[in-house]
Design a binder for this molecule. Structure first.
Ligand SMILES: Nc1ncnc2c1ncn2[C@@H]1O[C@H](COP(=O)(O)OP(=O)(O)O)[C@@H](O)[C@H]1O
Ligand SMILES: [Mg+2]
Length: 333
């Protein structure tokens, strides 16, 4: 799918906004605060179902009571999303839904300036990043994460109540085990998949033999339900004392290793930029391999963060994709 036009009504600071997109590269230029990231956010909502940075109620323009996004694709299809403060409605091929159906989701490579700090970020930041990526290539993964989080929230609520016994937690332990083991297996698989090409992709950018790997860090030692359930039960007193669940895939992390050392602290600023660039290229290939679709590439203000060689590399690598770029200053492509 290639976007032809995008129109916004009451979306963040935009009362009315319209953009015609090129099939290859489109540049959105403007000073800070003029609403560039918001345009990418709107595209993201209509292709992925929800924003990458906040909830719908914060997106409606102040003092307005709804927002509306309309996208027309080059193949003639149109999609609309509206939010009236309560309900979000998607209209795709004249069909109304409140959630974006799987078949209408479209893959996106989103590159935010904050991604350049991913390597040094917290475990939850790393999990969010990879959950979003794995959720794009696997709807099963997407559903597992939301079911797991719901069950985890309910178990944590229960842990705050008085006179709790292990048996009260049993149904939640079973659910967390069922979803957790599968999430563990899929995280292992996807990490392995990324590692098949990450190193080679990094070399093609950095032009050297440095070695880069992604490591999936977890306390889940075995992919068996017995092990997982036992661990949850063993942690009962600790959980009760601390008031939350201390074992499970919600504590996993993803770490980058650079020449067999933790990249956080050992890779230079330039090297970390190349690692993230490599990751984005690997993402695009993974998406293509799994979904047979070329993602739309949204580059939010990242050009100013990259040197000339890395900018060229970015453009060259995504030359067969639709790329939408925001920037404060004019960039030569
Ligand atoms: N709900 C809203 N209503 C009106 N303005 C908003 C809303 N949410 C954010 N803004 C404002 O919209 C502007 C555009 O934000 P953003 O898209 O991030 O700009 P840019 O990426 O161009 O720097 C910001 O100045 C922000 O304060
Ligand atoms: Mg911005």
């Amino acid at each position: 799918m290639i976007i032809k036009t995008i129109s916004l009504t009451n979306f963040r600071n935009h009362s009315e906004y319209h953009l015609d997109c090129n099939k290859d590269t489109t540049l959105i230029l403007g000073k800070n605060g003029c609403g560039k990231t918001s345009v990418l956010e709107a595209i993201y909502i209509l292709t992925r179902g929800k924003s990458f940075r906040s909830v719908d109620s914060e997106i409606i323009k102040h003092d307005a009571d709804f927002y509306r996004i309309e996208i027309e694709y080059y193949n003639g299809e149109k999609s609309t999303a509206t939010f009236d403060g309560k309900n979000k409605t998607f209209i795709i091929l004249d069909k109304k839904t409140h959630r974006l159906p799987k078949k209408n989701k479209y893959p996106i490579i989103l590159f935010l300036p904050s991604d350049l700090n991913l390597i040094g970020g917290s475990p939850s930041r790393h999990r969010d990043y990879f959950d979003r990526l794995f959720g794009q290539v696997s709807e099963e993964y997407n559903n597992l994460i939301s079911k797991y989080n719901k069950a985890l929230h309910q178990r944590n609520e229960l842990l705050k109540t008085e006179n709790l016994s292990t048996s009260d937690l049993f149904p939640w332990n079973l659910l967390l085990t069922k979803y957790g083991v599968r999430i563990f297996t899929l995280r292992q698989e996807f990490t392995e998949k990324i590692n098949q090409t990450l190193n080679q992709t990094y070399s093609s950018i950095a032009k050297n033999d440095d070695e880069i790997t992604l490591h999936y860090k977890t306390e889940v030692k075995k992919d068996t339900e017995n092990f997982y359930l036992n661990m949850l039960e063993q942690n009962f007193h600790k959980d009760l004392y601390l008031g939350h669940t201390n074992f499970g895939v919600h504590r996993d992390d993803f770490e980058f290793f650079f020449n067999n050392r933790l990249a956080d602290g050992s890779a230079s600023r330039g090297e970390t930029r190349s690692i993230i660039l490599a990751l984005k290229f690997v993402e695009a290939n993974l998406i293509y391999e799994k979904l047979h679709q070329k993602p739309i590439v949204l580059l939010d203000d990242v050009f100013s963060e990259l040197d000339n060689a890395r900018r060229k590399c970015l453009i060259k690598n995504f030359k067969d994709h639709q790329v939408i770029i925001t920037s404060v200053e004019k960039v030569s492509l």
